[in-house]
Design a protein around this ligand. Structure first.
Ligand SMILES: NC(=O)C1=CN([C@@H]2O[C@H](COP(=O)(O)OP(=O)(O)OC[C@H]3O[C@@H](n4cnc5c(N)ncnc54)[C@H](O)[C@@H]3O)[C@@H](O)[C@H]2O)C=CC1
Ligand SMILES: O=C(O)[C@@H]1CCC=N1
Length: 273
C-alpha cells in the first residue's frame, strides 16, 4: 500500500512524533520520511529519536517530493506553513490534516489547491500505540486516500471513519478525552492519599484501575452499566460511592464538558486564535 510513497510530516511535535514512532519500519522505511520543526532544538530532538529520517526546518523542501503530506502544527501556526508549501505542493499529493476544527474546504481554500484532503483527529495515547483516531474524507479525497490515511493511524491504535460533520464531536470526545481521563486519574490518586495511602501506591492503583476498567470494557464487549453492576454489592462500598457521583452530576458534567469542547472545535474554523 505504501510502496511508492514518500511522507512529509510538517510540524512534528507530540502528534507528529506519535505517528512517526508507529510508521517507521512497519509501513514506511525511514529514508522515505521527512519531518519538519522550526527550532534547532526541536530538530535535534527529532534526529536523536529517529536518526534515519530526514529532518529540516524547510517545509517547501520537505513537500517537494512528498506524495503524502501530514499537517501537524497547531491550527494558529498554519498560515506561515501554508505560505511556504503553497507554490511547491504536488497537485496529487494526499494532504492529511490533524488540525482541530479546521474544515477541509477551509484548508483547500487556504492552500489554494484541489489536492485530496483527509482530516484525522488522533489522540496522545498514540504515543504508546493505543491511540483512538477518527478520519473523514474531504471533498476531493477518494476511498483509496481514506484507506491510506486510515492505515497510517492504525499503526498507532484504532481508527474510525466518520463524516466530516462529526469531526468536532470527535475532537470533544476522543481528541480531547485523554485530558479528562488524566484528571480523573489524578483525582482518584488524591482521593487515595486523603484516605491515608502513600502517593506512589495510590497513583499506581489509580492508573491500573482506569487501564483495567477500559481493557475489561473493550475486551468483554459488555455494556459499561452491566460491568458497573458487577462491582456494586448490595449495601456495599461501591454503590455508596456511585450514589455520591450521581448526586454530584458526574454524567451531566461529562456531557457538558464534551459539548463545550465540541463547540470550541467549531469555533476554531472561524477564528485565527
Ligand atoms: N495534542 C493533542 O492531544 C492533539 C492535537 N491535535 C492536533 O494536532 C496538531 C498538533 O498538536 P501537538 O502535536 O499537540 O502540537 P505541538 O506543539 O506538540 O507540535 C506542533 C509542532 O509544529 C511545529 N511548527 C509550527 N509551525 C511550524 C512551521 N512553520 N514549520 C515547522 N514546524 C512548525 C512546532 O514547533 C511544534 O513542534 C494541532 O493542530 C492539534 O489541533 C489533534 C489531536 C490531539
Ligand atoms: O486542545 C486542542 O485543541 C487539541 C485538539 C484535541 C486535543 N487537543
Amino acid at each position: 500500500m505504501f510502496n511508492d510513497h514518500t511522507l512529509a510530516i510538517l510540524g512534528a511535535g507530540s502528534i507528529g512524533q506519535a505517528l512517526l514512532g508507529g510508521l517507521i519500519g512497519d509501513l514506511l522505511p525511514p529514508e522515505r520520511i521527512i519531518a519538519t520543526r522550526r527550532s534547532e532544538a526541536g530538530q535535534a530532538a527529532l534526529r536523536d529519536a529517529y536518526p534515519d529520517i530526514q529532518v529540516t526546518d524547510d517545509n517547501a523542501a520537505a513537500v517537494a517530493d512528498a506524495t503524502i503530506v501530514l499537517i501537524a502544527c497547531k491550527p494558529y501556526q498554519r498560515t506561515a506553513l501554508f505560505d511556504a508549501i503553497r507554490p511547491v505542493l504536488n497537485n496529487d499529493a494526499l494532504v492529511i490534516s490533524v488540525l482541530a476544527g479546521i474544515h477541509s474546504d477551509t484548508l483547500a481554500r487556504e492552500l489554494d489547491s484541489t489536492n485530496p484532503i483527509v482530516r484525522a483527529m488522533p489522540n496522545t495515547p498514540a504515543l504508546v500505540d493505543a491511540g483512538a483516531t477518527a478520519l473523514a474524507a474531504g471533498t476531493t479525497a477518494t476511498q483509496t486516500h481514506l484507506d491510506l490515511a486510515t492505515a497510517m493511524f492504525e499503526a498507532v491504535g484504532t481508527a474510525e471513519v466518520v463524516s466530516e460533520k462529526q469531526m468536532d464531536a470527535v475532537t470533544g470526545l476522543s481528541g480531547s478525552g485523554p485530558a479528562y481521563v488524566f484528571m480523573f486519574i489524578e483525582a482518584l490518586t488524591d482521593a487515595g492519599v486523603r484516605q491515608g495511602l502513600p502517593r506512589d501506591v495510590a497513583a499506581r492503583l489509580s492508573t491500573q484501575t482506569v487501564f483495567g476498567a477500559a481493557k475489561l470494557t473493550r475486551d468483554s464487549g459488555e455494556h459499561p452499566a452491566i460491568l458497573r453492576d458487577g462491582v456494586t454489592t448490595p449495601g456495599g462500598t461501591a454503590i455508596a460511592a456511585v450514589s455520591e457521583l450521581e448526586a454530584h452530576g458526574l454524567r451531566t458534567m461529562i456531557i457538558n464538558a464534551v459539548e463545550t469542547a465540541t463547540r470550541r472545535s467549531r469555533e476554531l474554523n472561524e477564528s485565527d486564535e
